[in-house]
Design a protein around this ligand. Structure first.
Ligand code: DSN
Length: 446
């Protein structure tokens, strides 16, 4: 028998089989970065509306040996051998998500929400076709036709936005404008969905307008999909022809995208994702998506959604009482879009984000509707409550977060006050640790 040759000094026979210990031994530099990031997440407040804390089960699936497997194609129709297990994984992910949302068909391979959206356009349209979607500075997404995105370069986008602040409706999606534009422009596709908008989006009026003008209807549910899973927001599946979403926002899964559609679009969607846009799917991420779809079907996910919204409302109220203006006057989802100008007209979103980062309150600058400042500077902040709700915070702690935001921004030139705020943030986080050793995973407080 020949002697075993170890070609990799970091192989399991060289350093043991427990992955984390193996990494610490084989690559202490990257291991230290992972520890540093874990520490950052445990000791600062995560208020980015598109982020969340996944369960350890999701982390385990996404850090699995499925990363080794090539599986171009779909279950039962792969271009490589050895996909017996992978087929089971991907089928389970598809079955769980179609059942969860009541869809005819699912494609769980998109690497992101952006690639899911591009795949849909590719499946349904020809270059130059007209699409109607929300304007970026009114709350839309880059893939809703930004000139900087391939979508804006390939298709003819007509944008709708929100009603003016001083109108009766006040910064809500302007359905009258949408209808007038649709009648005039005859789009091939109407897109609903936003990235910075804090109100419920009812899919029905979009469907009616799409039917009136003979357009297809896509709902980009990247942000509210977890709230939809819990029954907290209306389900667009079955109303829209196609629903795209990311799996890592309110849905609390791994980073990635997915598409749900009516059966008549299944073949076109699948071909647009692979081979149209992507090569081999990330089956380790698909396994983690399956775990997240399973979790989102549990009873606790509904209560989780209810608490996310209560927390966002408490955050909006707390900030309003300190002189910030809340775009649209409040929130009905996980987001709060803040107009900084009434609080301090000199304060930009960029500076506010940087000050808050220093004290451990992590968020992102965001344009507000009709923002006079550029997307890089902005007059607003976008805040979200999904992550800290996962960590167990409720209205009381979120009220404290709102106070700390106001205190830091009011005293941004005073280092000693900023140090005090940083200390308060750390203390708060010690009671709401998303990854405490020995926690009863998964499900957290929910
Ligand atoms: N724009 C990202 C966000 O909502 O943060 C999603 O692509």
């Amino acid at each position: 028998m020949s002697e075993t040759v170890i070609f990799n000094e970091n192989s399991s026979s060289a350093i043991g089989t427990e992955p984390w210990n193996a990494l610490k031994k084989s690559d202490p530099e990257i291991a230290q970065f992972l520890i540093d990031e874990l520490t950052r997440q445990r000791t600062s407040v995560q208020l980015i509306a598109s982020e969340n804390f996944t369960s350890p089960s999701v982390l385990a699936a996404s850090a699995s040996v499925l990363t080794n497997k090539y599986s171009e194609g779909y279950p039962g129709k792969r271009y490589y051998g050895g996909n017996q297990v992978v087929d089971e994984v991907e089928d389970l992910a598809r079955n769980r998500v179609t059942k969860l949302f009541g869809a005819d068909h699912a494609n769980v391979q998109p690497h992101s929400g952006a690639s899911a959206n591009v795949a849909v356009y590719q499946a349904l349209l020809q270059p130059g076709d007209t699409i109607m979607a929300m304007r970026l500075d009114q709350g839309g997404h880059l893939t809703h036709g930004s000139p900087a995105s391939i979508t804006g370069k390939t298709y003819r986008f007509i944008s709708y936005g929100v009603t003016p602040e001083d109108s009766d409706k006040g910064e809500r999606i302007d359905l009258d404008l949408l209808r007038d534009l649709a009648i005039r422009e005859k789009p091939a596709l109407i897109v609903a969905g936003t990235t910075a908008y804090s109100r419920v989006i009812d899919p029905i009026p979009f469907r009616e307008i799409a039917d009136e003008v003979g357009a297809l209807f896509m709902f980009d549910a990247a942000h509210p999909m977890g709230l939809i899973a819990g029954g907290n927001h209306p389900n667009p599946v079955g109303v829209a022809d196609i629903v795209t979403f990311t799996t890592h926002k309110t849905l609390r899964g791994p980073r990635g995208g997915a598409i749900l559609c009516k059966s008549e679009f299944a073949k076109a969607i699948d071909s647009a994702v692979f081979p149209g846009l992507q090569g081999g799917p990330l089956e380790h991420v698909i396994a983690a998506k399956a775990v997240a779809f399973g979790e989102a079907g549990e009873d606790y996910f509904k209560s989780y959604g209810v608490q996310i919204i209560k927390n966002a409302m408490a955050l909006a109220k707390g900030l309003e009482s300190q002189g910030f203006r809340i775009v649209s006057g409040g929130t009905e989802n996980h987001q709060v879009l803040v107009d900084l100008r009434p609080f301090d007209k000199e304060l930009t979103g960029k500076e506010a984000q940087e000050v808050l980062d220093q004290v451990g309150l992590t968020c992102n600058r965001n344009q507000i509707p009709d923002d006079p400042r550029s997307p890089f500077v902005t007059s607003g902040l976008r805040l979200g409550t999904s992550a800290e709700t996962t960590a167990g915070m409720s209205e009381t702690e979120i009220g404290t977060v709102a106070e700390l935001i106001g205190k830091a921004l009011k005293n941004r030139a005073d280092g000693s006050v900023l140090n005090e705020v940083r200390a308060s943030v750390k203390e708060l986080c010690s009671d709401f640790d998303p990854y405490p050793p020995g926690a009863p995973w998964p499900g957290y407080g929910f």
